[in-house]
Structure formats: structure tokens, C-alpha cells
Write a protein that binds this ligand. Structure first.
Ligand SMILES: Nc1ncnc2c1ncn2[C@@H]1O[C@H](COP(=O)(O)OP(=O)(O)OP(=O)(O)O)[C@@H](O)[C@H]1O
Length: 362
């Protein structure tokens, strides 16, 4: 296998007619890492992947793979390989010929390309099916063949566009583990586009969260979850409450934030100006069902909904300017003091659990 290569995306934009799909993004994807592009539909993740692959031209900027600027290279000369969402296997060819296809295009002799294709099918544990056609395989097996076909060119980076979306939920989780294992075995850079937070968290060394053609945050899954950079990231990753308010006083480093019907205090220097709007995040599992003390923060609200989830219970609360402030407590904690819809309750959390979120507005 080839060596892994860093992918350097420098100020890359993509404009389609009047739509700017990607706004001058810059990102370095470390060599040998598993990188997931995550974001809502239309945020520009597929356009970015296709520009790395060479299936879409750049409107501006440059892309480097290792030491080589590949911006103007055709797909086959880039050192990348792409696996498509639909797998794009040829129905009339058997698996060996499907996998060997790109070598045939390169003029590699039949014996040599068939031997290499069998080696790749073996890597994906599909050699027993070598003479079958794609229609005679399950979804998971087709995916393995598509992977074998992408890997036969010894790419430095493998690009995967929603690779698990065609699979049923059970297979999705199994193939997810196989992808991760394959990336570790090969050691090459994987770039995987997904709209599933869970998938990105499970697979990635680096998650790149995109919104409206821009990168909101690029970091390790734990950083993204524990320190979301913006309100968008906190909301999109889920399991966080986002409260917005105005700074009403700053005293000795303690910022007082006033939300429409309550007060939240933060010890951190999250905004310097009185009157400025700010967003803060609080994890749903860090909220306690007890009144705030001097050392903690909180508000009083009214229970809007209670959802039993087995090991935990999710309580939705109206208050502090939010109509869906969410608290997740363990089943044990909940059942010692259950609450129902319409009950008034006090919520609190520790000051250190307040996450200041970026992109402040005036
Ligand atoms: N060939 C095209 N011509 C015109 N506009 C396009 C083209 N391809 C994408 N777009 C637009 O660019 C924006 C980004 O699209 P892109 O496919 O990159 O998003 P995405 O995040 O991958 O979305 P999805 O998850 O739905 O695939 C969208 O507004 C889309 O409509």
C-alpha cells in the first residue's frame, strides 16, 4: 500500500452559477487520519469531497496531497480514490472485473490486474464470491466490493461519500466497525462524508462540521462534544442546550447573562461588553433537578414533556427563554423524585459546565 498523505485544503471555494456552495475553506487533514465531514443537507460537504477527488473543479483555492498540488490533476492521477454512495458497480461484470476495472483503464495486463483484484477481494474477505455479479450480493457485500475497487489503485487517500447510507441499521453499525478497522490496517487517510453525528463520532479522528459552505469547527470528536465552538455545533451535535441572552453586568470576572425570564451567571470571561448578545451551552446530562445554590446556576421552569428511555429519562422544560430546555437524568435519579408534565421544577448546573459559544452578535 502507498504511504498516507496529508490533505491541505487552502482557501477553497466552489460556486455553481449564483450559489456559493463552499466559501473559501481552509483545512489540513493529517496523514493517516480518519476524517469525517459532517453537516446538514446542502452545507457543501459533498462538493468539498468531490473537489478533493477531482470530480468537481475548484472555483478558487488549492488542494495539496502530500507535497503535490493536485488542484488541476484529473481524478486518476491524484493519488486519491473515491467510493460512491451507490457503489457504482458494473452489473454485467463479475467481481474480479469490477475490481480490476481501473487497472484495465490504465492498460495493466489481464493476468496482473486479475491477480491484484483477487488480492483486493481477499483483503475484503470477498474472494469466495469472485465470479459472482453485483446483483447476486447483499448490500454489505456490494460495499466491500466497492471498497476493493477503490483500493486497487493504492491510493494515498480514500474518499467516501455517504458510504453507509444504503445499508440497514444493523449492517450500518457492522460496516462502520469494518471501515474503521480497514483504515487502521491500511494506515491511509480516509475522508468520509456523512450527515450522521453518531457515525462521525464513532469513526473520526477529526470531525469537520460544515454549515452553509463554511467550517464551523474541525476537531477530535471529544473536543467537538465537550467544547463546541459555536451555537450551531452545540445544537447540531445534540445533547446540549443553547441559551441566548444579553450581558447585564460584569463583576470581578463574573458575567451576568439575562435571558428572557431568568438569570444565568458565568464565571468565564465570555463577553466584555454590557448589552452584547451571547450564547452559552449546557450539556443535557449536566443539569440537576435541584435549585441553584450560590455555587451553581439555574432557573425555574415548567415540565413540558417526559420521555422514558430505559437507562435514562429525558425531561423537556419551558423556561429561561427556551421552550425545549432538555435534561437527561439517570432512571435511578428520576424515579427517586419523578416529575410530570405541568410540574414546576428547579434546575441547576455547575458554573464550570457552562460552555461559552462563539460568533457573538452585537
Ligand atoms: N452541480 C450543481 N449545480 C448547482 N448547484 C449545486 C450543484 N451541486 C451542489 N449544488 C448546491 O451546492 C450546495 C452544496 O451542495 P452539496 O451537495 O455540496 O451539499 P451536501 O452538504 O453534500 O448536501 P447533501 O447532504 O444533501 O448531499 C447546495 O445548495 C446545492 O444545491
Amino acid at each position: 500500500m502507498s504511504k498516507a498523505a496529508e490533505i491541505d485544503i487552502a482557501s477553497v471555494s466552489k460556486v455553481y452559477g449564483t450559489t456559493t456552495a463552499v466559501h473559501a475553506i481552509s483545512l489540513k487533514i493529517p496523514a493517516g487520519s480518519y476524517c469525517c465531514f459532517l453537516g446538514p443537507s446542502g452545507c457543501g460537504k459533498t462538493s468539498t469531497l468531490r473537489m478533493i477527488a477531482g470530480h468537481e473543479s475548484l472555483s478558487s483555492g488549492d488542494i495539496r496531497l502530500g507535497n503535490v498540488v493536485i488542484t488541476d490533476f484529473p481524478p486518476a492521477r491524484r493519488g486519491t480514490a473515491m467510493m460512491f454512495q451507490s457503489y457504482a458497480l458494473f452489473p454485467h461484470l463479475d467481481l474480479v472485473d469490477n475490481v480490476a476495472f481501473s487497472l484495465k483503464m490504465k492498460g495493466v495486463q489481464k493476468e496482473e490486474r486479475r491477480a491484484k483484484a483477487l488480492e483486493m477481494l481477499k483483503l475484503m474477505q470477498m474472494e469466495a464470491y469472485a465470479t459472482r455479479r453485483p446483483a447476486q450480493l447483499s448490500g454489505g457485500q456490494q460495499q466491500r466490493v466497492a471498497l476493493a475497487r477503490a483500493l486497487i489503485t493504492d491510493p494515498e487517500a480514500l474518499l467516501l461519500d455517504e458510504p453507509l447510507s444504503a445499508l440497514d441499521p444493523f449492517l450500518k453499525i457492522r460496516m462502520r466497525a469494518e471501515l474503521k478497522k480497514l483504515q487502521k490496517t491500511l494506515g491511509i487517510t480516509f475522508v468520509h462524508v456523512t450527515h450522521s453525528q453518531e457515525e462521525a463520532m464513532a469513526l473520526a479522528d477529526v470531525i469537520v462540521i460544515m454549515n452553509d459552505g463554511r467550517i464551523e469547527q474541525a476537531a477530535a470528536p471529544r473536543t467537538v462534544f465537550e467544547k463546541p465552538a459555536t451555537a450551531f455545533v452545540a445544537r447540531f451535535m445534540g445533547d446540549h442546550n443553547v441559551l441566548s441572552g444579553r450581558v447585564t453586568s460584569i463583576d470581578d470576572g463574573i458575567v451576568t447573562l439575562t435571558v428572557p425570564d431568568g438569570q444565568i451567571f458565568s464565571v468565564r470571561d465570555i463577553a466584555q461588553e454590557i448589552g452584547k448578545s451571547i450564547d452559552i451551552g449546557i450539556r443535557t446530562d449536566r443539569v440537576r433537578l435541584e435549585p441553584a445554590s450560590e455555587k451553581s446556576l439555574g432557573f425555574q421552569g415548567v415540565v413540558a414533556n417526559v420521555e422514558y428511555r430505559g437507562a435514562s429519562v429525558k425531561i423537556t422544560v419551558i423556561g429561561a427563554g427556551s421552550d425545549d430546555f432538555t435534561v437527561v437524568v439517570s432512571d435511578a435519579d428520576y424515579f427517586t423524585k419523578p416529575v410530570s408534565t405541568g410540574d414546576a421544577l428547579s434546575l441547576s448546573w455547575a458554573m464550570e459546565d457552562v460552555i461559552p459559544l462563539g460568533r457573538l452578535s452585537a
